[in-house]
Design a protein around this ligand. Structure first.
Ligand SMILES: Cc1ncc(COP(=O)(O)O)c(C=O)c1O
Length: 428
């Protein structure tokens, strides 16, 4: 898929930790230096924010949920975890507590492994469930296929990713069945389909309902494929569905989950969860060998503990989704209807090139995308707007105001594969 990108604007964290109070560091000067540096490099307070952040002018930064800052509770948890010494490589209290928390959240014994990036989580998980001669079936627009720089193939010793087309970023049961029918009976010349990987929420901002996951998993299971879920935006999907984490995963047939916290408000925290701990055999060695076992492991665990505490992860995702809803509704009201259902925190809309230029000149940040199922015409572009826990209403109001003042509208630019008004589950 071809993609062009306007450079996202850079900004610095402007939040002062502990509101300027000198923290009570136990670990002494090194840590104090960290705090001092943060202040030295901080710009005037320009962060978009919920109540915890100091307010600033709206930035209209819709580039990605990873351009967002780190939520203060997680920064505080990191500072707290840094008060003293702890054993390395996951042999610490934070990691044990996080492992217990995952078992609670998923209602059963799970094997959980923390890593700093989503790419590592996906690539290591897929390598675990597939032999090198295996094929992972995924959506043609999935991050693992289009944006992983070959990491799944690299960690999987050359396993093959097979991209399936599917409306609105989703693999359909029919499409999966047809693809699988093309494999088998030509051994040993063909790769062997070994896993299905779905993204929840998808790269198009849509979500799979639990019955859709179950239907796909059933087809996969009939052919002995494992089912992997890329949950970089797991919480955004979860709060939209009337489902529990267990229902959205193992109860619907998912075997392995890459659970992301980074896009939801953490600094760098992702987990690979195996719902059958036996399937995780030697995954610890795989992670270490792949260079993703952090020595100061407690700092990933501390992020997860804060993220999952008191339903914080759900609240952060609810806010991001609500901002996407507001953006989608306001754009629709002025004749710029999103091209795919807005199920999570991503809004895709086609705008005239002249408006795109005006928006960027006015300081808005977002990426220009393309889609095989969408012909925008030479005068229009498809843009992706991502909201996050840190998006504020003023960001949206300013952005929509700029759009409203530009009277030209693209005519009937919608994908031919999905009705824009597709129904969506009630929010939880
Ligand atoms: C759906 C999805 N999966 C995985 C990733 C990879 O995460 P990371 O950038 O932390 O490696 C991303 C990042 O954009 C993503 O959007």
């Amino acid at each position: 898929m071809k993609r062009t990108a306007n450079a996202p604007r850079l900004f610095h964290l402007g939040r002062r930790i502990n509101s300027g109070e000198r923290p009570n560091w136990h670990a002494g000067t090194a840590l104090h230096r960290v705090e001092k540096q943060r202040r030295t490099f901080a710009q005037p307070l320009r962060l978009p924010a919920q109540a915890q952040f100091s307010p600033g002018p709206p930035q209209m930064n819709f580039a990605s949920d990873n351009t967002a800052p780190v939520t203060p509770a997680i920064l505080d948890a990191l500072a707290e975890a840094s008060r003293g010494y702890a054993r390395g490589y996951g042999n610490d209290d934070w990691t044990q507590a996080a492992e217990r928390r995952f078992c609670e959240i998923f209602e059963g014994e799970v094997a959980a492994f923390l890593v700093p990036t989503g790419t590592a989580a996906n690539a290591l998980a897929l390598a675990q469930v597939s032999p090198p001669w295996g094929a992972i079936l995924c959506h043609a627009g999935s991050h693992i296929l289009t944006d992983g720089c070959g990491a799944p193939e690299f960690f999987g010793n050359g396993l093959k990713l097979v991209g399936l087309e599917g409306a609105a970023g989703k693999i359909a049961a029919d499409g999966l069945g047809e693809t699988l029918a093309g494999y088998g009976g030509h051994t040993p010349h063909q790769v062997i389909p070994s896993a299905l990987s779905i993204t929840q929420a998808t790269e198009a901002g849509t979500i799979y309902r639990t019955n859709e996951i179950a239907a796909l998993a059933q087809i996969a299971r009939q052919r002995s494929l494992a089912v992997h879920m890329d949950g970089a935006r797991f919480a955004n999907a979860l709060v939209r569905l009337n489902a529990t984490p267990a229902e959205m995963t193992w109860r619907s047939g998912v075997d392995a989950l890459s659970l992301g916290a980074t896009k939801g408000g953490a600094l760098a925290a992702e987990a690979v969860i195996f719902f059958d701990p036996a399937a995780a055999a030697c995954f610890g060695e795989r992670r270490k060998r792949g260079g993703h076992l952090l020595s100061k492991h407690r700092f990933i665990a501390a992020q997860f503990l804060a993220y999952l505490a008191d339903d914080r992860w759900l609240d952060l995702a609810r806010h991001a989704n609500a901002m996407a809803d507001k953006l989608a509704a306001a754009l629709t009201a002025i004749g710029l209807r999103p091209v795919w259902p807005v199920d999570a925190n991503l809004v895709f809309v086609v705008v005239p090139r002249a408006l795109d230029l005006k928006l960027r000149t006015a300081g808005a940040s977002y990426y220009v995308r393309s889609s095989d199922s969408l012909e925008t015409g030479a005068d229009n572009v498809l843009i992706r707007l991502v909201t996050s826990f840190a998006t504020i209403e003023e960001d949206i109001e300013r952005f929509v105001d700029l759009c409203a003042k530009h009277e030209e509208r693209p005519i009937d630019v919608y994908p031919n594969d999905v009705p824009p008004s597709a129904s969506r589950p009630a929010a939880k």
